[in-house]
Design a binder for this molecule. Structure first.
Ligand SMILES: Nc1nc2c(ncn2[C@@H]2O[C@H](COP(=O)(O)OP(=O)(O)OP(=O)(O)O)[C@@H](O)[C@H]2O)c(=O)[nH]1
Ligand SMILES: [Mg+2]
Length: 232
């Protein structure tokens, strides 16, 4: 009798692999568009904008690179004051509705210069340069401003001053707590509680580590609320 050939074919039903993929649009493309210091330089059109603001060195550019999964998109530096202009990035997010249908969203991600860095303020005591205030107050397409707070320093007076100014201006805010990989769990808990108390917003603060990409899904979902809401 002829022997059956041994095969390596797996027996039984094919395994089902599951990966936790959050529902909703995902960023699929990111590209630098333009750097501006005045209104007539802003890109034209009605594309919605999500901006990132925070103290110099708080980790804005790193967070943008982490969120877009694109190292080198925004320039990162150990020296504070690296970002000096309002930088617009073209972002494309895509959502698969079904096997054949997809939806795409184009939006601008806006990296703002950091505040609280003496060299950029050249001795003037303003919170930030007037062109940053002009942008925040006058861009009709700014749908969400993410205010970044360093997780290690929740009680910096300048951050509180910035927060109060933004609340007064009626800007829709999301607090993002950066560099949380530098905190142990006890510090994380206590600093997050302080931040919640000091910076009350409609949605809770999002703890983030650009090093480990912690918080990326949550922040993406928050931005998706703007994109999908805008489309509806
Ligand atoms: N451990 C750790 N370091 C970080 C994280 N995010 C940023 N950094 C570091 O913090 C420094 C400043 O980061 P940037 O992203 O350039 O900060 P920025 O807010 O854009 O700074 P300016 O443009 O100068 O205002 C760099 O040395 C980064 O490597 C993080 O999540 N974890
Ligand atoms: Mg920067």
């Amino acid at each position: 009798m002829q022997k059956r050939k041994k095969t390596n074919k797996p027996q039984g039903p094919a395994p089902v692999y599951t990966r936790k993929v959050p529902a909703g649009p995902r960023i699929i493309a990111a590209k630098y568009n333009i750097s501006c210091v005045k209104e007539d330089q802003y890109p034209e059109g009605d594309t919605v904008e999500v901006a990132f603001l925070g103290r110099s060195n708080v980790g804005k550019s790193s967070l943008i690179n982490s969120l877009c999964n694109y190292r080198g998109l925004a320039l990162v530096s150990g020296q504070p004051g690296k970002t000096k202009t309002i930088n617009f990035f073209d972002i494309e997010s895509k959502e698969n509705i079904s096997e054949t249908e997809e939806r795409r969203y184009n939006w601008f991600l806006v990296d703002l210069p950091g505040y609280g860095f003496a060299k950029t303020n050249k001795g003037n005591r303003d919170l930030w340069s007037s062109f940053i205030a002009d942008y925040i107050l006058h861009s009709p397409r700014l749908m969400l401003l993410c205010l970044l707070i360093d997780g290690r320093h929740p009680e910096m007076p300048i951050d509180k001053q910035a927060f109060d100014w933004l609340v007064q201006a009626g800007v829709p805010l999301q607090i993002v707590v950066t560099k949380i990989d530098k905190l142990n769990s006890k510090e994380r808990q206590s600093n997050l509680a302080k931040i919640k108390e000091l910076y009350p917003t409609e949605t809770p603060p999002i703890p983030y580590s650009s090093l480990k990409h912690t918080g990326r899904e949550l922040l993406q979902q928050r931005i998706n609320e703007i994109l999908v809401g805008d489309e509806a």
